[in-house]
Design a protein. Structure first.
Length: 100
């Protein structure tokens, strides 16, 4: 609750709100200053690179084994005004390479 006199945040002392600057007191009502409990929900963030079968495929020649198909990922590895980096993963041998 905000103090109507000095516009500071009031603290709770027992069943009253008390301003620590000017000493203004107000009885806590049923609808005012209700405690609100906020529960933090932990969310699992999926790591796409571990389940590479869900990644999109493209035609790219693997420099290691010569396979012509690879999964691809785009990542912003440099400044935001630079183009993103294309990361390829060979579908046959799993070799990773970049294209800037």
């Amino acid at each position: 609750m905000i103090c109507p006199r000095c516009k500071l945040l009031m603290r709770i002392e027992g069943d009253h709100y008390v301003c620590k600057k000017c000493g203004y007191r107000k009885k806590r009502g049923s609808g005012e200053g209700r405690k609100v409990s906020i529960k933090r929900v932990e969310r699992e963030i999926p790591v796409i690179e571990k389940d590479i079968e869900t990644l999109p495929k493209t035609e790219a020649v693997c420099p290691e084994c010569g396979n012509t198909e690879a999964y691809w990922i785009l990542r912003q590895t440099r400044a935001s005004d630079e183009p993103e980096t294309r990361i390829y993963i060979c579908t046959k041998c799993g070799y990773r390479w970049r294209e800037y």
